[in-house]
Design a protein around this ligand. Sequence first.
Ligand code: WT7
Length: 647
Amino acid sequence: MSEALSNLLREDRRFPPPAELAAAANVTKETYAEADADRIAFWEEQARRLHWDREWDEALDWSKAPFAKWFVGGRINAAYNCLDRHVEAGNGDKVAYHWEGEPGDTRTLTYTDLLREVSRAANALIELGVRAGDRVAIYMPMIPETVVAMLACARLGAPHTVVFGGFSASALRDRIQDCDARIVITSDGGYRRGAPSALKPQVDQALTECPDVRNVLVVKRTDQDVEWTEGRDLWWHEAVDKQSDQHTAEFFDAEQPLYVMYTSGTTGKPKGILHTTGGYLTQVAWTHWAVFDVKPDDVYWTAADIGWVTGHSYIVYGPLANGVTSVMYEGTPDTPHRGRWWELIAKYGVSILYCAPTAIRTFMKWGEDIPAEFDLSSLRVLGSVGEPINPEAYVWYRTFIGSGRTPVVDTWWQTETGGIMITPLPGVADGKPGAAMTPLPGISAEVVDDAGNAVPNGAGGYLVLTEPWPAMLRTLWGDDQRYVDTYWSRFEGRYFAGDGAKKDDDGDIWLLGRVDDVMNVSGHRLSTTEIESALVSHPNVAEAAVVGATDPTTGQAVVAFVILRGSATESGEQAAKELRNHVAAEIGPIAKPRQILVVEELPKTRSGKIMRRLLRDVAENRELGDVTTLTDSSVMELIRTNLSTPG
Ligand code: WT7
């Protein structure tokens, strides 16, 4: 490594904004003061960036806290704001998406094209009986129809629930059942790692237990053979293409549900995070504009999947609400070669890139010679999301992707927050590798100790949000009590994010990872309990404990300790292989344990709670922590000497 780079790795380095960017920045220091003076007025000003058919009577109703209503009485349509108003303003010819399929096929969609497609799809959904308030499940690869389907739902006031295409049939089934979706939109498959990967079979399997689903709309993408259920299944091109490309958007209450996105919690059952329309769109539109300093000529790329909240807010709703040109890519970064992302950046002149630290660490592993072969000079702002970015990865990103010139914004937020909450602003802050820095204007956060008192600078604790914000989740679908218990009970009157954090000597915030039984693998949230339940649902497993062990590439990796039943006859290696596949089938390939350790016993406290902390130490090969509360401290000796560690 060059000496210059080793110097950069010193964590006290600061990267001031480039003078040119700072001089023309969308947001300046003054904005913080302005928002501090009147937070609510600040958000009202941002809401006016959108088109409202009727303005709100009251900006925030917090009288039934923690159940918030923003922009009460306002009437708005998310799809109208993302499409029609740009076309009506004469910007219909602007490109909304440069889409690139993994095999290299491309599609360019202007705002006019997208509006026509969305109108057709909305008309098709109406024909299928979809009405405002009905839930529609979307299980798709990264193709333009995914965006079209979401916006068609939004147009009709029908909340969508997008299920990540990497999830299994059982995960899809659970989500369809939980929100009682009656229509599913899917495709035959999509391209991943150079080959078509099927989606329709998972839908067919899921629907054997979802009798209330009336219709499945199937986009033809890969031309794979599909099973067909007559009367239920319809080809998208047959149902949608024949429709009129005119549809008049209806305006809905600001609190009309926009979508439900499921995310892992600390118990087995995923939580349906409910987002509504006016506040959500206000915050994602403003944060997209402010955090990435988006200008009309920018070419913006969030390299994430639409099946996660990052895709919802920063591939679909934020960029479209701002009338920006985006890149959308279907496949993996190493197909057909490891320079694919950099090739796309050069080809489309991408000026803003937003991705996860796990991707950056993978590129680091592949080496800086690969991006060096491409012209990345169009880039001017880089973003990071999903997990803490280690200073090494931050500096590598800035140096080799950003040519040592671009600010890096480390953005902290969650599925629950809907939009970015804590981040440096590229034209304001001196970048500090590893720190998410400060709450955005209009956002109030604090780091508190066990008793809920703010910690002094230099100390650590729990991250809490102290005031409601426009894009906040409104509740958990069908479970108000769990919403209150999960987020609003740990610290009176404040939102508990589930993250550890510290304030440095300047008072800037550093995120330290989850403090609950939630793992973060490649920026994806996985629940230890959910994977444990999947493991014990296998007939050979008597007991299972799962921990997130530090991993150099994925941040954390799933490591499972299992006790096999006496009747199990296979070797440890066979058993582990079978169990990994079982977890993939139950939840999805992303949840597959990196390692399965077959053990005779698990360490437990006297009250019978599994001591995951000790297991994490084993998984990370650390010295063991304090074992005195164990029922039998020899258990750990047993684990260490008897574990078999097949791949
Ligand atoms: C959890 C939320 C935000 C969209 C993608 C993930 C972690 C997220 C950061 C960051 C440190 C981060 C937190 C958070 N996280 N961004 N910049 N620095 N940690 O959304 O699946 O809802 O996960 O991801 O632990 O609680 P999610």
